[in-house]
Design a protein around this ligand. Structure first.
Ligand code: NG1
Ligand code: ZN
Length: 525
């Protein structure tokens, strides 16, 4: 490998355009697309080196800005087991993204020597992208970065983030997880879903019909592909298919934060089940409007409790003794946390925002259910759990069913479509509609605000982001405000994906919640 070429290529094709520092945040790099070409190229280089360190295992690179507005783009790296990039490499990624072009050659040489990388060894990188108009250009930059270091690159084109995670794991387990192709992905999920559903398309209050808001993102396209391949096992009406701007007035983030229906909603009967996914389809939330035309949200906390309850019941029926835990973040509604501890009686943990933290914690249980309130999450099963369930399936029908449930779940990362198919399976099994589901517990009224400040990073936090450390005095001020509200809870933290400070508040009533959020917002400004 000639590192001169790496530099020459960079200078010719992907010069660094911005001097503003950029950071590997909650979910990789995010920013205005026009400044990201050099970052993409360099991440192609880094993924190639990372694959070499991991003995040639496949590393994934996903080009997407998820729930961000259309002018933004971003990139995240996927490690061999489908997990987010190892934390210690985030700073290596940040340093590489920020060095000047003239220092690039020396910097790459240093990464190679520091990590004792054999540059002659094999390297494999999978790349995918969302459907933003600048994604193909940025994907090519990633691929060129791989080629510059003589790695092998396989381009999957437009795919959801969870599909790329699936392909990485499928390839690295040599097919044990599934085939690393789009068809392999559809086949695994649809087969499991249709076996679980059998001929019972409707049951009790459950109706086989829902509206799917695709956020004008890649999730809409892929849902249409699912529908083509499903044997009418689910009737889905897809809206926001891609004619409008990605995430604009639609999608999971909009519906969750604005607590209202997305644009383009057809006129439907009250209580019709609706889902919204985000721009790269790794998040999903449910919603409906009741007979008084009131909007009701069933968010990630709600999905987590439904899934945990169902799995606990299944495990009991199989007669197995497996530990289960539920992982949330500070954004989880207090109503859900109470329900989990008091009614479900499942251990519940709180970790900092970002799926990598949730995933990591969930690994501690035999069955780890993790969801962010925004609908990003999944379930992971330990090897111990899988082998016990497998053994039990020889004699137990319930255990056999549980094996199909495991196949339906994309364990590699939160997957909006897989999560949705799981929720549909559970609701059908219980004979529940959204009304029954909503009745399990009451959410506390809650509100999120975004506040623009000069430097959001002056705010630092501890205790899973629930307590501010700096600026000094801010936490005392928040505590004082919160103490005036019944069931009040509020916290602030800098966003890792947008240039804002986020304020979260919940309290006994809607009015009090609004006033609490506003009061805390003023403290931040
Ligand atoms: P930031 O911008 O750091 O709050 C947001 C979400 C995260 C996570 C990431 C990645 C909220 C409050 N935050 O992070 O949960 O999903 O985006 O997409 O929803
Ligand atoms: Zn996303």
């Amino acid at each position: 490998i000639n590192l001169r070429t790496v530099y020459a290529f960079a200078r010719e094709m992907y010069p660094k355009k911005s001097t503003a520092p950029i950071q590997y945040g909650t979910a990789g790099f995010r920013g205005k697309a026009e400044f990201l070409d050099s970052v993409m190229y360099r991440m192609g280089v880094l993924a190639t080196l990372r694959s070499r360190i991991r003995g040639g295992a496949v590393i994934g690179v996903m080009v997407t800005a998820s729930h961000n507005p259309e002018p933004d783009n971003g990139v995240k790296l996927i490690d061999p087991k489908g997990e987010m990039l190892e934390a210690s490499w985030e700073s290596i990624a940040t340093d590489l993204a920020n060095v000047e072009d003239s220092e690039l050659e020396a910097h790459v040489a240093k990464i190679i020597s520091d990590n004792k990388i054999d540059v002659g060894s094999s390297s494999n990188v999978f790349v995918g992208m969302d459907n933003r108009y600048h994604s193909p250009r940025l994907l090519k930059a990633v691929a060129d970065g791989v080629i510059a270091l003589k790695g092998n690159v396989r381009e999957f084109g437009i795919v959801t983030t969870p599909m790329l995670h699936f392909f990485v794991v499928a390839a690295n387990t040599r097919g044990a997880y599934g085939q690393p192709t789009e068809e392999g992905y559809y086949r695994k999920l649809i087969t499991a879903f249709e076996i679980l559903r059998g001929d019972n398309l409707e049951n009790g209050n459950y109706r086989n019909k829902l509206v799917f808001d695709g956020a004008n993102g890649v999730g809409a396209r892929k849902m249409l592909q699912f529908i083509k391949r499903m044997h009418d096992s689910l009737q889905v009406d897809v809206i926001n298919k891609g004619d409008g701007k990605i995430n604009e007035n639609c999608g999971a983030d909009y519906v969750k934060v604005k607590q209202g229906v997305p644009i383009g909603m057809p006129i439907v009967e009250p209580y019709t089940r609706c889902v919204s996914v985000d721009g790269d389809a790794d998040r999903v939330v449910y919603f409906f409007t009741d007979d008084k035309n009131q909007f009701r949200l069933l968010d990630g906390d709600r999905i987590a409790t439904l899934v945990a309850d169902y799995l606990m019941d299944m495990v009991k029926r199989c007669g197995l003794d497996l530990s289960m835990g539920l992982v949330q973040t500070a954004y989880a509604n207090g109503g859900s946390t109470d329900y989990i501890s008091n009614t479900l009686q499942v251990p519940v943990a709180c970790v900092p925002t970002g799926v990598k933290h949730l995933h990591h914690k969930a690994l501690q249980y035999d069955i780890g259910v993790y969801f962010e309130a925004n609908g990003h999450g999944t379930v992971i099963f330990s090897e111990n759990a899988k082998s016990l369930i497998k053994a039990a399936s020889e004699t137990s029908v319930d255990a056999k069913t549980l094996l199909h449930v495991i196949d339906l779940i994309n364990e590699t990362v939160g997957d909006a479509i897989s999560d949705m198919l799981l929720v549909e399976t559970i609701l059908n099994h219980k004979g529940w509609d959204v009304k029954d589901w909503l009745a399990t517990y009451d959410d506390l009224p809650n509100l999120q605000l975004k506040i623009k400040v000069q430097d959001r990073n002056v705010i630092t936090t501890t205790d899973a982001e629930r307590v501010c450390v700096t600026p000094v005095g801010l936490q005392e001020a928040i505590d004082k405000v919160v103490s005036n509200y019944k069931r009040g809870r509020a916290f602030v933290r800098p966003s890792g994906t947008e240039d804002v400070v986020r304020v979260y508040a919940e309290a006994a009533t809607k009015d009090e919640t609004e006033s609490l959020a506003y009061e805390v917002g003023i403290l931040v400004q």
